[in-house]
Design a protein around this ligand. Structure first.
Ligand code: HEM
Length: 497
């Protein structure tokens, strides 16, 4: 019986498959965005999108225009490219678009309950206000020497750098570690930094595995890596809870770090943050800043190493502003007088924004302006500001690393309309093709911290070393959650006399 049914089942499947393919070719509904043709149901365009999202977007744009849908691991995504697409997503109404429903399944197991995308949006906005109050100039001033101390200790003992006069360093191996040491010592406080010397790194790694692309689709699968993620989350949460208890019981103010800021923040109704909320926010900040900053510093160093003359221009700028020899002093208040360094960071983020796809779940049918198309409720909307930032329509020599272009270009964001979603004024960024930190209610609040962190790290590198990139500037590895340089990522360095 089973054997005689087999041909029937196979022909049923075949008929369904032929219908699936024909439907894509013939059934073009003008009220829906065109669907990118794909041979394999469920997987859809996952492979081309996953290998290089920008090439995929570019090819689709040529065929279908700025708005098109594609299937990716069972989800229907609608990409809206260009400046209009950026504005459509970042400034969409809360009732229309939800970041919470797009990301929560991935982030909540890592960050924990009652924070970030596991709370109603107005609570996230209050949390962002608390975090922002701990990211001010007084804190940044105190962080600069802490970062330099950590860098000295790391670079002098690292086998890739060490005390020698020259060498070759693997940035993929060294920069994530240096980033986590410096970011944790500043934002997270001395106790968390010490934890990284005593086993935190493994826990961090296990937690980080929660952000594997497979978890975008199947976050609750009982995989060993997800069990390790949950265990790591519990231990890290407990570590923060212990730190908070310890601090509450000791009358001494341990400084100006974020845990302290959150312990003293109150909701509009006067309630203090609960301890598990503080722990969750701290874990979220650790993860939000780590990959983005580590990726950026690797790109900065390799791009600069491909243009050593820019390193020497930075050295000259630094000598003028921060002093030379005995008089060299890295001072946060002088960062505004280092324009070339600022342009280098901006240009790096233009070419390699760590986050290539910004997503929202569509809650109500959304008409696309100036067209007949409607993006259906239940699908996902995607914007890619990195696409407009590297397109000739907006930047000449768009694929080249030209930091000096920022000296001539007006700051779109500074001139843009501002809006307050509950955590201070932010740019709507509606007409800007360059939005590496997003815009609107979900805009990044770590930008100034990231600039302080990156500026300090680059100042120290430029002061201590000259370097060149080994081989060509690496291609991009899109297989992790942020756009990393593809191995090998090495620089040949020489210590300055
Ligand atoms: C949001 C980029 C560093 C904390 C975002 C978003 C982007 C971004 C594009 C918007 C996401 C969306 O709209 O879905 C970056 C880049 C960084 C960086 C390029 C460094 C080069 C940091 C750091 C922190 C941080 C250091 C923490 C100190 C956050 C937070 C949000 C955010 C809390 C808000 C999430 C939301 O409201 O949904 N970031 N980020 N980021 N980032 Fe960053």
């Amino acid at each position: 019986m089973a054997v005689s049914l087999l041909p029937l089942v196979l022909s049923g499947v075949l008929a369904w498959y032929v219908g699936y393919i024909l439907n894509q070719i013939t059934n073009r509904n003008p009220k829906r965005p065109p669907i990118v043709f794909h041979w394999i149901p469920f997987f859809g365009s996952a492979i081309s999108y996953g290998i290089d999202p920008y090439v995929f977007f570019h090819e689709c744009r040529q065929k279908y225009g700025d708005v098109f849908s594609f299937v990716c691991m069972g989800r229907k995504m609608t990409a809206y490219l260009g400046v209009k697409g950026n504005d459509f997503l970042f400034n969409g109404k809360l009732a229309d678009l939800s970041a919470e429903e797009a990301y929560s399944h991935l982030t909540t197991p890592v960050f924990g309950k009652d924070v970030v995308y596991d709370v109603p949006n107005h609570v996230l906005m209050e949390h962002k206000k608390f975090i922002k109050s701990g990211l001010g100039f007084p804190q940044f001033r105190s962080y600069v020497p802490l970062i330099l101390n950590e860098m000295n200790a790391f670079l002098n003992t690292s086998p890739e750098f060490g005390p020698g006069k020259e060498g070759v360093a693997d940035l993929l191996k060294t920069m994530p570690v240096m980033t986590i040491f410096t970011a944790s010592r500043t934002l997270q406080g001395a106790e968390v930094r010490e934890g990284f010397d005593a086993g935190f790194a493994d826990l961090y790694h296990d937690l980080d595995q929660g952000f594997s692309p497979i978890n975008f689709v199947f976050p609750w699968l009982p995989l060993p890596r997800n069990r390790r993620r949950d265990r790591a989350h519990n231990i890290m949460q407990q570590t923060y809870l212990n730190i908070i208890k310890q601090r509450r019981s000791s009358p001494e103010n341990p400084g100006s770090d974020m845990i302290w800021t959150l312990m003293n923040s109150k909701y509009r109704d006067g309630r203090l943050l609960k301890e598990h909320e503080i722990a969750g926010i701290m874990i979220a900040l650790l993860m939000a800043g780590q990959h983005t900053s580590a990726a950026t510093i690797m790109w900065v160093l390799t791009l600069l190493g491909s243009k050593p003359e820019v390193i020497e221009m930075l050295y000259e700028e630094q000598k003028r502003v921060l002093g030379e020899g005995e008089n060299f002093h890295v001072d946060f208040d002088k960062y505004k007088d280092l324009p070339l360094l600022n342009y280098v960071i901006r240009e790096t983020l233009r070419l390699h924004p760590p986050i290539h796809s910004i997503m929202r779940k569509v809650k109500r049918d959304l008409p696309v302006p100036d067209s007949k198309m409607v993006i259906p409720a239940g699908s996902h909307l995607l914007a890619a500001p990195g696409y407009s930032a590297t397109h000739e329509d907006f930047f000449s020599r768009a694929k080249e690393f030209c930091p000096e272009r920022w000296g001539e270009r007006p700051d779109d964001e500074e001139n843009a309309e501002q809006i307050d979603y509950g955590y201070g004024l932010v740019s709507k960024g509606g007409s800007s093709p360059y939005l590496p930190f997003g815009a609107g209610r979900h805009r990044c609040i770590g930008e100034q911290f990231a600039f302080m962190h990156l500026t300090t790290i680059i100042c120290k590198f430029v002061h201590d070393y000259s370097w060149t990139t080994v081989g060509k500037v690496p291609d991009v590895d899109y297989s992790s959650m942020v756009a990393l340089p593809l191995a090998p990522v090495k620089i040949a360095w020489k210590r300055r006399d």
